[in-house]
Design a protein around this ligand. Structure first.
Ligand code: PEP
Ligand code: MN
Length: 334
């Protein structure tokens, strides 16, 4: 249920209404816009008397919302959410560029890539330490050592670090990580989502390989309903019958997610295409479609990368792309 308040309602009257709803077990999410304040009622609202609330002199309108997702729903929270990662803002017109290798391999590698992508305009560093690989015989990541190397690269460059968590058992190791990535394969690991909801870490939630937008939003809802509202959605390509590319980048997901939700939307053209030469065109398309940021795999030696070399840009390719992205943003922002 959504309650729109009239203009200039006093703090006191608003608090009285929220208290009264709280007494019925309803949690209230307050969204203050420039002209109106909207209260999002979360919980079992079947017992709430819509007519009674509508009759209050401070209330403008009441709408019953039957949508499954509430916390991440734009109807409850009309303003864009802006997430702040150590001073880097994402969403609401703030664009972020996350770049780095698929996996952290050595100190030299991660520091060299971090310095290069920073010089080209990236404002966050990615790198997997825990890798979800299809084959158990493939490189699984450096685990705790990988996280330490990411921190060294952060120290060298000042870039906040983004890295994937695959199990809540590892949460203590991630205490000093800036953004926790939930990978496509874990998008519906509901127990993990609930645990991440109890942390105050920004979460980059990737869309599953075969998941709908509604399912992605329901997963964001798991994190938010547990108390953590700092969620970024990520379109990283889905499985279709299209051949030749690793996945199909669902560009329309970007404006659609923006319509449905107030959360920032990040695009990952690397996993979406699986081919370095297709990353720039898809990155530009996603930017033009309104993405709040990009996450791009960059490696200083893609031919010898331990994971996802084929889709990794060389630092100079990333540099060229970064300039194009700036131009696309300038053109699309008018
Ligand atoms: C990754 O970012 O390296 C990764 C494994 O991504 P995804 O979960 O989207 O496949
Ligand atoms: Mn990868």
């Amino acid at each position: 249920m959504v309650v729109a308040l009239k203009k200039n309602v006093s703090e006191e009257k608003r608090a009285q209404l929220i208290d009264w709803l709280g007494g019925m077990g309803i949690k209230v999410h307050v969204s203050e816009g420039e002209f109106t304040t909207v209260l999002g009622l979360i919980g079992d609202t079947t017992k709430v008397d819509k007519d009674l609330i509508e009759s209050l002199d401070i209330v403008d309108s009441v709408t019953r919302v039957s949508e499954a997702f509430k916390c991440c729903n734009r109807k409850f929270h009309p303003e864009d959410t802006i997430i702040d990662v150590k001073g880097v803002k994402i969403g609401g017109g703030n664009f972020c560029m996350i770049a780095g290798p698929c996996s952290v391999e050595t100190e030299e590698q991660i520091v060299a890539v971090a310095k290069a992508v920073k010089a080209s305009g990236a404002n966050m560093l990615r790198g997997g330490a825990f890798k979800p690989r299809t084959s158990p015989y493939d490189f699984q990541g450096l685990h705790a050592r990988g996280l330490e190397l990411l921190k060294i690269a952060r120290e060298e460059t000042g870039l906040p670090i983004v890295t994937e968590i695959m199990s809540t058992n590892d949460l203590p190791l991630f205490e000093d990580v800036d953004v926790l990535q939930v990978g496509a394969r874990n998008m519906q690991n509901f127990e993990m989502l609930k645990e991440l909801g109890k942390t105050d870490k920004p979460i980059l939630l990737k869309r599953g390989l075969a998941n709908t937008l509604k399912e992605l939003l329901m997963s964001a809802e798991y994190i938010m309903a547990s108390g953590n509202e700092k969620v970024m959605l990520c379109e990283r390509g889905i499985r279709t019958y299209s051949d030749y590319t690793r996945n199909t980048m669902d560009i329309s997901a970007i404006p659609m997610l923006h319509e449905l939700s107030h959360l920032p939307v990040i695009a990952d053209p690397s996993h979406a295409t699986g081919m370095a030469r297709l990353v720039p065109p898809m990155a530009m398309a996603a930017t033009a479609a309104g993405a709040d940021g990009l996450i791009i795999e960059v490696h200083n030696d893609p031919m010898h990368a331990l994971c996802d070399g084929a889709q990794s840009l060389r630092p100079e390719e990333f540099d060229a792309l970064s300039k194009k992205i700036t131009a696309v943003r300038e053109a699309s922002l008018g």
